[in-house]
Design a binder for this molecule. Structure first.
Ligand code: FMN
Length: 282
């Protein structure tokens, strides 16, 4: 059977697509739609380098992402030094794919360029604020996802690593990130060793709103999603989080997992870090 858009949507959400969805093999871009619908994170790579010319092309694709007000606030640090990559990997032993990836990048939000351009052109720059921080973070995220989609188009696999932010001071020192620049995520890139799997998403009925935001039946829809997802892939009992605090759950779905994961403050020092990097965040 050929892979079709309708089948991919069903695979992505675990429920049949809406009636309007139809397969249109003759439609321009159909193969791209299928590729996006089937996309997945890869964490195991063959021991094979990514060709230099291809890396250059993919970086150009990343920098082709849309950019808020054309401000172009994404920067990418390519970690070429094997020693540096090994050092970052050593901070996160639970994620061996960081050290194993043939290519490792760090995507950053960048306010430095605008500050320097303002000085160059003799203009004030009263914009080290929350809005500019968000613009830079969004630009960096768009660049990372554009890189990822381009990489996936040629058969590469990627895994973002926001966990590098758990070691943000060490990372900033290692990569010599100046004030105005902050990492949003690392990215492992390589030729996938395995096929991997499509991760089931919350249904469009929860995440897409018509005209106005509608959170009615939210809890029932989350519960139904938990059960659909569990039927496809059950989180093993040994992977339940915070068992000492919350006990072992009989039913451990996505929402149980995510609420346990975020039952403690995540990276509470991040605002102080941003202040140190020169963001007043007013
Ligand atoms: C911004 C961002 C940060 C992420 N950070 C990590 C990470 O630190 N380690 C990891 O193994 N996966 C990380 N991931 C991968 C997610 O776990 C993955 O995208 C999610 O489970 C959904 O799976 P899928 O991409 O295969 O659909 C990250 C993804 C994103 C978008």
């Amino acid at each position: 059977m050929t892979t079709t858009v309708a089948r991919c949507i069903e695979q992505r959400f675990g429920i049949p697509p809406g009636e309007g969805v139809r397969d249109a093999p003759e439609r321009r871009g159909e193969a791209t739609l299928v590729r996006v619908l089937e996309r997945r994170t890869h964490r195991r790579y063959r021991d094979e380098p990514v060709d230099e010319a291809l890396v250059e092309t993919l970086l150009a694709c990343a920098l082709s992402a849309s950019s808020k007000s054309d401000l172009q606030q994404a920067s990418i640090v390519r970690v070429r030094s094997a020693e540096s990559q090994a050092k970052i990997a050593s901070w996160l032993p639970a994620m061996p794919w960081i050290g194993e990836a043939p290519l490792f990048l760090v995507f950053c939000g960048d306010n430095l360029r605008l500050r320097r351009a303002a000085a160059l052109r003799g203009k004030p720059f009263p914009n080290d604020n929350v809005d500019m921080f968000m613009n830079a973070a969004v630009d960096a995220a768009l660049a990372m996802q554009t890189f990822t989609l381009a990489a996936e188009a040629v058969g590469l696999g990627c895994c973002p690593i926001s966990e590098v932010r758990t070691h943000i001071d060490r990372l900033t020192e290692l990569l010599e990130l100046p004030p105005g620049v902050f990492p949003i995520s690392g990215l492992c890139v390589g030729w996938p060793e395995r096929e991997g799997f499509v991760s089931m998403r919350l249904p469009p009925a929860l995440a897409v709103h018509e005209d106005v935001y509608d959170a009615s039946d939210l809890e029932e829809k989350i519960d139904a999603y938990d059960r659909r997802r569990d039927a496809r892939y059950r989180i093993p009992a040994e992977r339940q989080r915070e068992v000492e605090r919350f006990g072992t759950a009989d039913f451990y779905g996505w929402s149980e997992d995510k609420t346990r994961q975020y039952s403690r403050p995540a990276r509470p020092g991040f605002r102080d870090y941003l202040h140190r990097q020169g963001f007043a965040l007013e």
